[in-house]
Design a binder for this molecule. Sequence first.
Ligand SMILES: *[C@@H]1O[C@H](CO)[C@@H](O)[C@H](O)[C@H]1NC(C)=O
Length: 434
Amino acid sequence: MPSTTANIAIAATTLLSALLYSPVSQRLLTLGLTRGEIKNIHGVDGLRTIPGTNMCEDLHLEESTQQLFAACQHDKDERAKWFPPTGNFFDHTATGGGAIVRIDPVSMTAKTLTLKGFNLPMVTHGIDILNDPKDETLLWIFVVSHLPNPDRWDVKPRRTDLPPERAHIEIFKHRLGTDEAQHVRSVQHPGIAMPNDIVAISPSAFYVTNDHVHHEGLIRGWEDAGTQSISPIPNTVLVEADLKTKEPASGVKVNTALNAVHNNNGLGRGSPHHPEEIVVLDATGGILTRTTRDLATNKLTIIERIQIDSTLDNPYYYHDPYATSTNNASGYLLPGLPVAHKMMADLPYNDRAIPSLVWHVRSKDSKPVDVKGKGKGNVWEKNLIFQDDGKGLRSASGAVLIGIDPKKNGGKKQGWLFVTGFGSFAMGVVKVDL
Ligand SMILES: *[C@@H]1O[C@H](CO)[C@@H](O)[C@H](O)[C@H]1NC(C)=O
């Protein structure tokens, strides 16, 4: 997510960068500086919330069981004191209580999984889930965890020249249908410096985005406020981890797969008809970047960049099982913030609202999408399908859409949209027209 040390700095640098380099109005709109009143868009039946889903940053659908998996946090006050993804390093001891939560989208109830063989703190962020290629009852769960760097904090005097965090990727195995997950190993490597989100390609290989180049200070603010053409560019890496060792730094290989996306943040898949597609989001730039994976080298090549009018977070591809030639709702669900420039001032205060939104980006007139070329022929429809003033849903960083069969719904083409945020107190659900 976007972050900086000072709102004033972000506003000033934004103005400067906007005036000097990029179309002014687009930059100001994306960061929310010129947006008017935030009106609630709560689908056809209003907003419901699911208890037991505190501050779940990311959300995924397990297709075979139709259950949702989220990474959440037990303690809202600790998140306000330590959350490296937003540049929040106030108290490195406030790291407790990360959770993996399974949500049943039909009963709209949540169950926190018991984590076996795991006693580390966990500060959750992006996650991914992957069905085991051989055992269909086994699910692999990958979780970004923002742990403090002991070499900086646990010494006297403190080493402020060293990075504030030393993040882990925690890998778990979960037997579908049970209420527990077994820890497999922690993964730590200097090339996973500011991890944000994950896409796994096998139980032992996964892509991770690093969302910034600099952890702290004005230069980090500049990364947020700037754009593709003027700010430092972080990378997406491919991580290969030996699953036989438990030692966090052992048996880990990291290679750069892409370094061409500013504020390289949420990571996701594309259509199941295009399994090589990996989607990378420029969060503060509001750009959906479609890439294609080279199956031999695992490098990612950009197919297309699509500008959206807000900051963005973890993407989800909705494959419409009820698509027709005239209404095909397949496309990208993109959660984000309508007024991101104010977020850092509001996040540490649990009583302040953080407005949220979700875009549904689909091919205009249900035309087939060009997946191979530069996307020149693609025309996208960008629909704002959810918005909240931040009192109902405090921030949005993960969204999943589950379609409803029109045959069982009086002919109406609709879906359930689940939305969650890194600063939200409960996941929100609305029924939307598609
Ligand atoms: C809907 O669109 C997606 C993306 O272009 C495509 O993969 C899918 O085959 C389409 N479905 C139908 C039924 O046309």
